[in-house]
Structure formats: structure tokens, C-alpha cells
Design a protein around this ligand. Structure first.
Ligand SMILES: *[C@@H]1O[C@H](CO)[C@@H](O)[C@H](O)[C@H]1NC(C)=O
Length: 821
């Protein structure tokens, strides 16, 4: 047995790396040889080692043979990567007379998918002897034939090739005949019998000769045939062909009945002696007789059967022309017919391997499928190109008839989850033949898209004193990936609000995104809750996004007005002492109250609930000033009790009462009034007044600046949208949100200001209120907003957002309006 590896592995690997790239790795450089008729299990080559795989890679890359033919004849050792023979090979039946018998072998490896191509050459052994189709050949020669005449003899056939084929002829020695061997152009030998000396029938009428064909094998084999020469009595002329050998060609698939050639033999004799009849010689192959018809009279040869180039591309016909004389004389010729290929076979696309699903982040140039093209035609008719439609992120690399489909662009499952690719294989024949093949490639998901909230921020409104557990808002997010890569989980950032973790205020259902109140909110304690919410997917690694959640707590009228003056903790009967005389309109005192609520809920009005003498006093409804209705008369009592009702404007309204005891007294010189302010209307301007004017001017200019800044800010806040979340209470369009700010001066006067935000489309009002016990001066204090969160909101254009569930955008324009209370 003869195992040789033609190219050394090292050289092959160098070629692989430097000149051809990985594709060159199956460029056929790897070549093994095998002798025919070897026993199954014969070692052919250590393929895995020659391809440069180590022991670990051999089992990991799962080597397997690609084509069916490869698997029929060979096996690859799973553990060691050795190529072994699977089935005994008879070179003659596999390759016929072809001089080199090459078997292509395809090897496929996984991880990555690669195709390697190499060849196994089957070497001939001299296992066939030359033989003749006819064991007996009769040749008739006229007695007077001139020496030098030649008679073609049948050539012997040997199934072996090369040196094992017929290499020489020998003939038994004879005085009259010699053997001449003609070397034909195709390498064949044609034996001819040559007449050496004149025959004498009377001496020998029949000559018996033995022709031996010998092949060149070691040891050589041979075959013999008998030749009988009959010496004829009559002197006649044999028919003669124009040419000893005719060469012609014929396209395959020709219509039956097509004329191939017209033979022309002539016989100079007359009568029956010159009447020629044509026939195939006995040793013409039987298949020739089936495919061609010879007209015995005209010498025309017609195509008859289906002539297939793929079956046989070359025919030889031995034709004999006989005359009808006595004795019969013969002429001989050889016709060689070459069959021309025509494009009658469509290419075949064989999928050697194909991935069904590839991840979307597959790098460029990854092999995803291997194809093999087979076209039984030869030459251009067998040259095939495999095309893929343009515009797909895939392309082909090819080597001979092997194609690998590789990625050539960015794959994105979100835009194209599946490719249905129509491949077209076309040969170069004219007209070309096509084969279409459709393959389907699924793109599998990779977690490459983070979840996205529907909005940058979510806003919810909730009236204070809500029931714990109420639904505030639903967060909504999407993820373009699929399955667990798009499974969303909502969560809340861990921050603290007024010393408590935010999770004690609100709770997020991590699956639905519903946001619930964890407790009952109190507007007076907290007006706005701001939280960062997260959404993450279930991919690996997880991707995450965040958004801001604003929960506005809306005021309810849950606080009673609080009486600041007269103080509740004073002596129960402490009287308001008023010096006589007292005229009508005199300011007796002023009830001062505040309400912790906002807006209308804190807008207080005063009325007299009960008085000892209702005709004596009135209260100014919005200031709480108690004034004399009429002048105090001598006859009137000196002490009175007035009960003032302080009521807010909420729905329903809440109220408180203040009781004032008044006593009118004669002026006592050394008694000074409790507060100078009560008498300012009758005083001359004093130094105090001057100071007051100066401080008033200073405070006034500060307020103008502040106010201007606020106007500018409000004008910048052009368009605002509000999103209503699920479960949000209706917002009254005309409800104002007040920001109460109180300041109690050292002299007992109280200043406070409210910033009122109207949700009416075009209004925002800043209500500036002053309620000191001063009679003739209105102080206007404008204080900046007191709730830092809310201030941020007003500055932040994006903070008010839409709620996707309602799809509703309420635009809120803010206009600054100044009111005095
Ligand atoms: C929210 O997302 C932005 C950008 O995506 C990032 O810069 C910021 O750090 C995130 N905030 C938190 C609290 O994770």
C-alpha cells in the first residue's frame, strides 16, 4: 500500500495564512493517495493534523465529511481526525479510462463553520489483463495481393490505465506476415497485419496466427486472439475507402435520424465484384450499434439513439466495405466521433451546511452557510456562478464550485427578524440554465436596546388626605428586543424625603408600573414628591433607563382659620381699652387670623356673630377691622363683648371665632395706648413715620426687582403641558394654589404673601397680601416662592409632561397678575 502526502503541511499552512486567507485553506492543496482495491479501514491521512488542529480542537470542532460521495468512500475518525477508507474502491469502475482518478473530499468543521477541500487520488494497480472482444478473426486475402498490403486488426482493451494499459503487441512469427503497430494520436495502439511476401494458395491456403497484447504493469498481463488468413483463389480488387480514418464530431442530444457521415469506398471491379455493402465490424462496441445506424448501401451513418455527452464523449466505429464478388473482398476504415457537450444540465445547489438562526450581533465576515454547486456539463456549460440578491447583508465567497455565505452587513433583529434569500445558480452556457434555491435565515435577539420610558417625566396629581393604596399613575416603557430581553421591571430610586425613605411614600408594582400611594399625604407638609424611577429589562447584561416622577399634592380645606389676634392665651377678660370720646368709623381693633391651607381655602372673611349692641360695631369683611358704626354716647355702656366669626372660602368652609371685650374709658394722662398704630390716623407725622417711609421705600424697591424677575420668568415659561395619570383627581381649572408665607413683625403686625398659581389656561396670579394692624398703610411684600421643589418645577420647561394613556395635553400659560388682599 502506498500512502504519500504530496505537499508538506507546513508549506500548506503558510499558503493558507499568507496568500489565500482562511478561504484558501480548502484550496485543494491537501492531497492524499490511495491504492485501488485497498481494504476498508485503510489509513489514508491524518487530516486534522495536516489542517493544523490540535487534539482539543479535533473534538471541539466536530469534523465531518461534507458530500455524500465523501461519506460513502471515507470515514473521519471523531477522536483523532484520521481519514480512513470506508469502502473498497475499484478505480476502473469509478474513473474508467481517465488517466488520473481524483476523488474530491469535503470536510466541514463547526465553531466556526468552515469548509476544507482536499483530494484523494486513487492509484491504479494492474488488476486487469488486456483482452480482445473477438477471439477469432478471419481475414481473406487474394492470392495475387501485392506485398505491403495492410489489414487493420482488432485492438485489445485493458481497463487499467497508464503503464498498466496495453503497451505492446506481439504476433507469432510468420514468413508471409509481419505486425505493424500504429500509434494513434490519443495514445492508443492500432495493430495492423502487413503482407510481407506473395502468397501461394497451392502451398498454404490458410494461415493461423496468434496476436498477443501485453500491458506495461509489473508483472505484466497479456491477452491473445487468433487470426486466420484465407488465401483466395480469384484475382480481384478489394473496395477501398478514401481515408483509413474518418474524424467527425456531433453535438449531444441530436435528433435521431441526423446524418453523421457518408462513407465512400470504391471498387474498380465491375458488376457484383464492384457492388459494395457496408457493415460495422464485429469488434465495434455494441453501444455503437445502438446509437448509430449504418446504411449498408449508401454508406451513410445516422445518429439513432439518445447521444449523451455525459455518458460517453467519444466513439470509435470500425466499418467494413465488402463487395459481392467471388471471393468477397473487403476494405476497412475507422470512424472516430467526438461528442460535443451542449448545455443540457441545470446546475444543482447542494447545501452542505446552513445555520438556521444567527444572533444579530454576528460580526462581519462570519460564515453562516456552505454550498456546493454541481453541473454535469463540461467547459463553459459546467461553469456556474451562484448569485445572491443585492442589498442583503450577506455575500458569497467562492472557491471553484464551493460557496460560503458570509455576513456582509449589520444585522438588526428589530428591523429584520428573518431573511428569505433566493439564490440563483446559473451556468455560462448559451442559453444558460438556472436553478433557484430559497434559504431562510432567522436572526435571533441580542439585548441591544435599552427599555425606553414613554416620557422623560411622569406627573400625577393627588388631593391630600387621600386613602393609602390609591393608584397615582402608571409608568409606561417599551423595549424593542424580544422575550426576556424585553421583559421590563420597574423600580424606584432609594432617596429620602423629609427624613423618610421615598418607598414609605409611594410603591411601584415592578411588573405593571402602577404607582400607588403608601400613605395619606398632607399638603401642608409636602406639596410635591419627586422621585427617580427606573426600568430595566431581563437581558444579560440588563439595560436600564430612568425617568422622573412628579406627584403634586393638591390642597383640601382641612385647616380651620387660626386666630392670631386677639391671642387665645390672654387673660379671659382682658379688655380692649378705648379712650373716649369715640366717633363713628373709629377703628376699635383688628382681628387677625391665618389659615394653613392655600388659595380659597385660606381666603378669610370676617363677620360679627354676636355683639352686646349690634348697632354699635361693624367688621370689615376682608380685613377683620372692627369699627364704630356710630359715635359713642354718654348713655352707652362702657363695656361690650363682640364675637367675630372668621371663615375661610373653602368648600365646605371652616370657621373659628374670636371674642373681643371692649371697654371705653376716660382719658387718663399717664396711660399710653398699647400700640401707637391704633391712633396713627390722628397723629402728626413723627420721626417714626420718617423711618417708616425710608424702610418702606427700601422694601418697595426690593419688591419691584423681585417682581420684575418673576415676570420675566413667567414670560419665559411659555408653554406647559400637564399629564394626567390614572386615578388623578379632576383638577379644578379655577382653583388657585397658594403658597402662604407668614412674617410676624416685632411690633405685633403680621405680613404675609401668597403666590397663587391658577391652572386656568391663561392665568397665573400672584396674590400679595398684607394684613397688619395698620390702618392707613398697605405694605406689599413679595417673597420668592417658599417651596424649593416647586420653584424647580416652574423653572424647568420639560417638567410637565403628557400622559400617554390619555394622550391629552393641557397647555398652561402663565400670566402674572397682581392682586391685593
Ligand atoms: C438617568 O439617565 C441618565 C442618562 O441616561 C444618566 O446620565 C443618569 O445618571 C441617570 N440617573 C440615575 C439616577 O441613574
Amino acid at each position: 500500500m502506498d500512502f504519500r502526502k504530496h505537499l508538506n503541511t507546513w508549506l500548506w499552512q503558510v499558503l493558507c495564512v499568507f496568500s489565500l486567507g482562511w478561504w484558501g485553506c480548502f484550496s485543494g492543496q491537501l492531497h492524499y493517495t490511495l491504492t485501488e482495491e485497498s481494504e476498508p479501514g485503510t489509513f489514508i491521512g491524518h487530516v486534522a493534523n495536516d489542517l493544523g488542529f490540535n487534539a482539543e480542537q479535533i473534538s471541539e470542532r466536530r469534523l465531518k465529511l461534507g458530500s455524500e460521495e465523501s461519506r460513502r468512500y471515507f470515514v473521519i475518525g471523531f477522536e483523532n481526525g484520521e481519514l480512513l477508507l470506508n469502502e473498497k474502491i475499484d478505480r476502473e469502475s469509478l474513473c474508467g479510462f481517465t488517466s488520473s482518478c481524483l476523488l474530491p473530499v469535503e470536510l466541514i468543521t463547526e465553531k466556526p463553520l468552515e469548509l476544507f477541500h482536499f483530494t484523494v487520488e486513487v492509484l491504479d494497480i494492474n488488476d486487469n489483463s488486456p483482452h480482445f472482444l473477438n477471439n477469432d478473426r478471419l481475414i481473406k486475402i487474394a492470392e495475387l495481393a501485392t506485398p505491403g498490403l495492410r489489414f487493420p486488426l482488432e485492438n485489445a482493451v485493458d481497463q487499467d490505465v497508464g503503464s498498466n494499459a496495453v503497451s505492446s503487441y506481439e504476433m507469432s512469427p510468420s514468413h508471409y506476415f509481419s505486425l505493424n503497430v500504429k500509434h494513434l494520436k490519443d495514445g492508443k495502439l492500432l495493430p495492423e497485419l502487413v503482407l510481407e511476401n506473395a502468397l501461394d494458395r497451392e502451398e498454404i491456403s490458410e494461415h493461423h496466427l496468434i496476436l498477443t497484447a501485453v500491458d506495461g504493469g509489473q508483472p505484466s498481463r497479456s491477452g491473445t486472439t487468433k487470426i486466420t488468413v484465407l488465401v483466395l483463389d480469384n484475382n480481384d480488387n478489394p473496395p477501398t475507402f478514401d481515408q483509413p480514418v474518418y474524424k467527425t464530431s456531433l453535438p449531444e442530444n441530436i435528433m435521431p435520424g441526423t446524418l453523421l457521415i457518408k462513407l465512400n469506398a470504391t471498387d474498380v471491379d465491375e458488376g457484383p465484384n464492384g457492388d459494395i455493402e457496408y457493415s460495422f465490424e464485429d469488434h465495434t462496441l455494441k453501444s455503437v450499434g445502438r446509437l448509430f445506424k449504418l446504411d449498408p448501401h449508401t454508406g451513410e451513418i445516422f445518429a439513432e439513439g439518445n447521444i449523451d455527452f455525459e455518458e460517453n464523449s467519444f466513439y470509435e466505429m470500425y466499418v467494413r466495405a465488402k463487395d459481392k464478388g467471388v471471393p468477397i473482398m473487403e476494405g476497412h476504415c475507422l470512424i472516430q466521433v467526438e461528442i460535443q457537450d451542449s448545455n443540457d444540465n441545470a446546475p444543482e445547489v447542494v447545501v452542505s451546511s446552513l445555520e438556521t438562526s444567527i444572533p444579530e450581533n454576528t460580526p462581519l465576515g462570519t460564515v453562516v452557510g456552505l454550498f456546493n454547486i454541481i453541473d454535469r456539463d463540461s467547459g463553459k456549460n459546467g461553469k456556474v456562478t451562484l448569485k445572491i440578491p443585492a442589498g442583503l447583508p450577506f455575500t458569497f465567497r467562492s472557491f471553484e464550485n464551493h460557496y460560503s455565505l458570509i455576513t456582509d452587513g449589520i444585522l438588526d433583529r428589530e428591523t429584520m427578524p428573518q431573511y428569505v434569500i433566493h439564490l440563483v445558480a446559473a451556468d455560462l452556457g448559451s442559453p444558460p440554465m438556472y436553478t433557484e434555491r430559497t434559504i431562510v435565515l432567522n436572526i435571533s435577539d441580542v439585548n441591544d436596546n435599552p427599555p425606553i420610558f414613554s416620557h422623560h417625566s411622569f406627573t400625577a396629581y393627588i388631593h391630600e388626605n387621600n386613602a393609602p393604596g390609591i393608584l397615582l399613575c402608571t409608568l409606561f416603557a417599551t423595549d424593542a428586543d424580544e422575550e426576556e430581553n424585553s421583559q421590563l421591571k420597574f423600580s424606584l430610586s432609594e432617596t429620602f424625603v423629609a427624613g423618610s425613605p421615598i418607598s414609605s411614600y409611594i410603591y411601584i408594582n415592578e411588573n405593571t408600573g402602577n404607582v400607588y400611594a403608601q400613605r395619606s399625604f398632607n399638603y401642608e407638609f409636602l406639596q410635591l414628591l419627586e422621585a427617580t424611577v427606573f426600568v430595566e429589562d431581563g437581558g444579560s447584561p440588563k439595560l436600564k433607563s430612568n425617568a422622573t416622577l412628579y406627584i403634586f399634592i393638591l390642597d383640601q380645606n382641612d385647616n380651620h382659620p387660626k386666630i392670631l389676634y386677639p391671642a387665645l392665651n390672654r387673660e379671659p377678660t382682658e379688655h380692649q381699652r378705648i379712650p373716649r370720646p369715640v366717633s363713628s368709623g373709629y377703628l376699635v381693633t383688628k382681628v387677625t387670623a391665618v389659615d394653613a391651607d392655600s388659595g380659597y381655602n385660606a381666603w378669610l372673611s370676617y363677620s360679627i356673630l354676636e355683639a352686646s349692641d349690634p348697632s354699635m360695631f361693624r367688621v370689615v369683611p376682608h380685613t377683620g377691622e372692627i369699627r364704630m358704626i356710630r359715635t359713642l354716647r354718654e348713655s352707652d355702656d362702657s363695656t361690650y363683648t363682640i364675637v367675630v366669626l372668621v371663615k375661610d372660602n373653602g368648600q365646605p368652609a371652616l370657621s373659628s371665632t374670636a371674642t373681643i371685650f371692649v371697654s371705653f374709658e376716660e382719658i387718663v394722662q399717664d396711660e399710653t395706648p398699647k400700640s401707637q398704630d391704633y391712633q396713627t390716623s390722628h397723629r402728626e407725622p413723627s420721626d417714626i413715620t420718617l423711618y417708616l417711609i425710608i424702610s418702606l421705600a427700601a422694601v418697595g424697591s426690593v419688591s419691584i426687582i423681585t417682581f420684575t424677575v418673576l415676570i420675566v420668568k413667567c414670560l419665559r415659561a411659555k408653554t406647559r403641558s400637564i399629564c394626567r395619570c390614572t386615578g388623578e383627581p379632576e383638577v379644578n381649572d379655577f382653583q388657585c394654589h397658594y403658597q402662604p408665607t407668614l412674617q410676624l413683625n416685632s411690633d405685633g403686625t403680621l405680613k404675609y404673601m401668597e403666590v397663587k398659581t391658577l391652572t386656568r389656561p391663561t392665568n397665573q396670579c400672584y396674590s400679595t397680601c398684607l394684613s397688619p394692624a395698620l390702618e392707613r398703610t398697605d405694605f406689599t411684600f413679595l417673597r420668592p416662592l417658599d417651596f424649593p421643589q416647586l420653584k424647580d418645577i416652574l423653572n424647568d420647561e420639560d417638567s410637565l409632561s403628557m400622559n400617554s394613556e390619555f394622550g391629552e395635553i393641557i397647555q398652561v400659560r402663565k400670566l402674572v397678575q397682581r392682586t391685593y388682599c
